[in-house]
Design a protein around this ligand. Structure first.
Ligand code: FPP
Length: 232
């Protein structure tokens, strides 16, 4: 969700106004995605590196997050949205953690649609955390080092039951991954859209999904292997 700052700057507003508008886009996109048939949406809301931003901006983002969680719980329950997080959430302010726990707990039984917020998230940190947990499991004999594979190791990631993303979208024209779901996105399709996050609409998402549907995902195979009948 990139471009909040530039959106505000273009209008002569403080950066936090861009984040405030960004929260509105989080709301509309959560439901737009579900309407378009998406089963799981992961939004990168706060990276580990974002702590380095000015203290005032970090504080405002945490305030917005708490406000958002307080306000959305009723909507999640009404619309049967399961809410989850990835990231080192135990390092977030106590008030945010409390609302996260409540929101996760009260929506855990919904199965049709899941919203995941990446909070205090970084892919490299996730791998380090998983490696530590995996090493502990090897030390206690729960796992055998000789059996190591991605299938066994990935059980130690933040949300082991979360499927790999099919499509990763970054807004604002930047063409970087910025430490987001690096191993999980190994076979994802990527789209880098020029639109700034506060201006991102359901039509932008529908357009990205339509483009995704036109792409051929080969997972290392050839086109002929994927469509043997059509290629003859
Ligand atoms: C990137 O835009 C955006 C972020 C670092 C934070 C994303 C946060 C929100 C959308 C609001 C908070 C979210 C929730 C769920 C409460 P940027 O600030 O880097 O924009 P710029 O690149 O134009 O400066």
């Amino acid at each position: 969700m990139d471009g909040n700052g530039r959106w505000a700057k273009q209008r002569g507003l403080p950066r936090i106004e861009g984040h405030r508008r960004g929260v509105e886009t989080v709301r509309t996109t959560t439901f737009a995605a579900r309407d378009l048939g998406v089963r799981m949406l992961t939004l990168y809301a706060f990276s580990i590196e974002n702590w380095k931003r000015p203290q005032e901006e970090v504080g405002a983002l945490m305030g917005l997050l708490e406000y958002y969680l307080k306000k959305e719980l009723k909507t999640f329950i009404r619309d049967r949205v399961r809410f989850r997080t990835i990231g080192r959430t135990d390092e977030l302010p106590a008030g945010v953690q409390k609302h996260l726990r409540t929101t996760v707990e009260e929506t855990r039984h919904f199965t049709d649609y899941t919203l995941v917020l990446a909070l205090n998230y970084g892919s490299r940190t996730e791998i380090v955390d998983a490696a530590r947990a995996y090493a502990a499991a090897v030390a206690t004999g729960k796992e055998k080092l000789n059996d190591s594979s991605w299938a066994t190791f990935s059980r130690y990631l933040y949300c082991p039951d979360m499927p790999d993303p099919d499509l990763v979208i970054r807004t604002s024209g930047e063409t970087r991954l910025s430490n987001f779901l690096l191993p999980q996105a190994a076979y994802a399709e990527f789209m880098f859209l020029p639109v700034l996050w506060p201006d991102f609409t359901k039509e932008d998402l529908a357009g990205a999904i339509a483009e995704y549907n036109r792409r051929e995902r080969r997972f290392g195979l050839t086109s002929e292997q994927l469509k043997p009948a059509a290629s003859k």
